[in-house]
Ligand binder design. Structure first.
Ligand code: ARG
Length: 456
C-alpha cells in the first residue's frame, strides 16, 4: 500500500491503495507531525539512542520539509498512504539513510495519536477564543438594548414580558457552559502518548517527560495500549461541539423567526442575509438557516465516530483512521459558525417599537394580576382561576387588560383596587427581582458579571 513494502512481494492494487490512503484528509496534521518528530529526534539524541549530529541533520531536514509544504512545493502523493509516511519519506530523500533513524522507538500508532492531540489542543484554544468573541457580541447587543422589552415565550406563546438583554444573556450562559466543556476536553487531550509504540511501549531508554515538555503537554499517558487506541478525546470534542451547535441552532431559529415580517423584532445586517432570485421584497437570513442546518452534520459526525469506535478490540485498528475527516469537519463547521455568528449578532438591529408592541399585546400581564391578588391574601390557585375567567371574558368582549375599568376588575374580585390600573410591562419586569430574574437591576448585574467572565 505504502512505500513500506515490508514482507510483501508485490505492490498494492491501485484501487486498494487509494482506498486505504488518508493523505487527502490528514495532510492537515503536517505541522503537528513535524513538531512531534523534531521533539522525538532531540530526545533520541539526548538519550544517546542516536548521535546528536544525526539528530541535527534530521531536525534540519524536517524543518526544510515544513518549508516545502508551507510554500506549496510539497507533493502529497496518495501512494504515500498518510501524512506521516509522506513526511518521513521526503526526509529520507533529503538527508539520506540517517533520516531512517527518526522512526526509532516510535510507531505510527503513537505518532498519529500524538499529532491528533496536538492538533486538537490548538483547535480547542481557537474554539475557546471564538466562543468568547460570540459571547462578547451577545453581551454588547444586550448592553446596547438594555431598555428593550420583548415577550418571554413558552410554547412560542407570549408568556411574560422580559428584557431583551435578559433573553440574550441566556445565550451567554449556554456559551459559558460550552466553554467549560471545551476546557474539560482540553485537560483530557493534554496527555502525551509518544513512547507507547505500536501497543506495548518501546524497548529503548526514552525520556517521555522531555518530549511532553518540548511539546507543551502537562502529562504523559499511563498505559500504552490505551494511548494508541482510544479516541475518546476526539469524540468529546465532537460532543461538546454538538452541544454548542445545538445552542447556536436555537439562536439561529430565533434570528430567523424574529426577523420575519410577522415578528419584525430584529433586522439582520445585509452582510449576513441574501435576497431572493425571484421575490424582490425578500431578505433571507441564510447564515442563521445554514447554521441550523449544519448542526445536523455535526451531530452526524459525532454519531459516526461513536459507531466507528464501538466494539473495536484493543489496541490500534485501522478503522480509527476515520476519526480525522469527521473531526476536521466538525472543527471547520463549528469555528466558521462561531465566527459568522459573532459578526451577525454584533450587527443585528433591534426594533424596540415592534418588540414592545408584542410585549403589550394580549394578556401577557395575566400572571401579574394573579400575583397581585396573592399579595392581597388570595390563594394562588384561586387567583389563577379568577384571572383565567377575567381574561376569557375580556377576550370575548374584545378588550385588552388596559381597557378594563376598576369596576370591571372588582366584578371578578373585590381585592382589586385602584393600583391594579398601574400594572404594566415595566412593573411586571421590575417585580421579577430575584437572582437570575429579569428585573433591570438584576440584568445589569448579570451584564457586569458577564463582562468579568470575558475579561478574566
Ligand atoms: N493513517 C493512520 C491513521 O490515521 C496512521 C496510523 C497507521 N498505523 C498503521 N499501523 N497502519 O490512523
Amino acid at each position: 500500500m505504502s512505500h513500506i513494502r515490508g514482507r510483501f512481494g508485490k505492490g498494492a492494487d491501485e484501487a486498494a491503495s487509494r482506498y486505504t490512503a488518508s493523505i487527502p484528509v490528514d495532510w492537515r496534521l503536517y505541522p503537528y507531525d513535524i513538531a512531534g518528530s523534531i521533539a522525538h529526534a532531540r530526545m533520541l539524541a539526548r538519550q544517546g539512542i542516536i548521535p546528536s549530529g544525526e539528530a541535527d541533520t534530521i531536525v534540519a531536514g524536517l524543518t526544510s520539509v515544513r518549508e516545502e509544504i508551507e510554500q506549496g512545493r510539497f507533493d502529497f502523493k496518495a501512494e504515500m498512504e498518510d501524512i506521516h509516511m509522506a513526511i518521513e519519506s521526503r526526509l529520507i530523500e533529503k538527508v539520506g539513510e540517517v533520516g531512517g533513524k527518526l522512526h526509532t522507538a516510535r510507531s505510527r500508532n503513537d505518532q498519529v495519536a500524538l499529532d491528533t492531540r496536538l492538533f486538537l489542543k490548538e483547535t480547542i484554544r481557537d474554539t475557546l477564543g471564538r466562543v468568547r468573541e460570540l459571547q462578547q457580541a451577545v453581551v454588547g447587543l444586550a448592553e446596547r438594548n438594555i431598555d428593550v422589552v420583548v415577550p418571554g415565550y413558552t410554547h412560542l406563546q407570549a408568556g411574560q414580558p422580559v428584557l431583551l438583554a435578559h433573553h440574550l444573556l441566556a445565550y451567554f450562559e449556554m456559551l459559558k457552559r460550552d466553554s467549560d466543556r471545551f476546557g474539560d476536553c482540553f485537560r483530557r487531550t493534554d496527555v502525551m502518548p509518544l513512547g507507547s509504540g505500536a501497543v506495548a511501549g518501546v524497548p529503548y531508554k526514552i525520556d517521555r517527560d522531555f518530549v511532553a515538555g518540548e511539546l507543551g503537554f502537562s502529562e504523559v499517558s499511563d498505559n500504552s495500549a490505551d494511548a494508541v487506541s482510544d479516541r475518546d478525546f476526539v469524540i468529546e470534542y465532537q460532543a461538546a461541539a454538538s452541544l454548542c451547535m445545538m445552542h447556536l441552532s436555537r439562536l439561529a431559529e430565533e434570528v430567523v423567526i424574529w426577523s420575519s415580517s410577522e415578528f419584525g423584532f430584529i433586522e439582520v445586517d445585509d452582510a449576513y442575509a441574501t435576497g431572493s432570485s425571484i421575490m424582490p421584497q425578500k431578505k433571507n437570513p441564510d447564515v442563521a438557516e445554514l447554521a441550523r442546518g449544519r448542526t445536523g452534520r455535526v451531530y452526524g459526525r459525532l454519531l459516526a465516530m461513536l459507531t466507528t469506535m464501538k466494539g473495536l478490540p484493543l489496541a490500534y485498528n485501522r478503522d480509527m483512521q476515520e476519526d480525522k475527516e469527521g473531526l476536521f469537519d466538525v472543527v471547520d463547521t463549528l469555528l466558521a459558525t462561531l465566527e459568522v455568528f459573532a459578526g451577525m449578532v454584533s450587527t443585528l438591529k433591534v426594533n424596540p417599537a415592534a418588540t414592545r408592541k408584542a410585549a403589550e399585546r394580549g394578556y401577557i400581564l395575566a400572571t401579574d394580576l394573579a400575583d397581585y391578588l396573592v399579595r392581597k391574601g388570595v390563594a394562588f390557585r384561586t387567583a389563577h382561576d379568577i384571572v383565567a375567567r377575567l381574561v376569557s371574558r375580556a377576550a370575548q368582549a374584545g378588550k385588552s387588560l388596559s381597557e378594563l375599568t376598576l369596576a370591571e376588575y372588582k366584578g371578578f374580585a373585590p381585592e382589586f383596587d385602584e393600583d391594579i390600573l398601574a400594572i404594566s410591562v415595566e412593573s411586571s419586569i421590575a417585580a421579577r427581582d430575584v437572582p437570575g430574574g429579569t428585573a433591570p437591576g438584576r440584568v445589569k448585574q448579570a451584564i457586569a458579571e458577564a463582562r468579568k467572565v470575558l475579561d478574566g
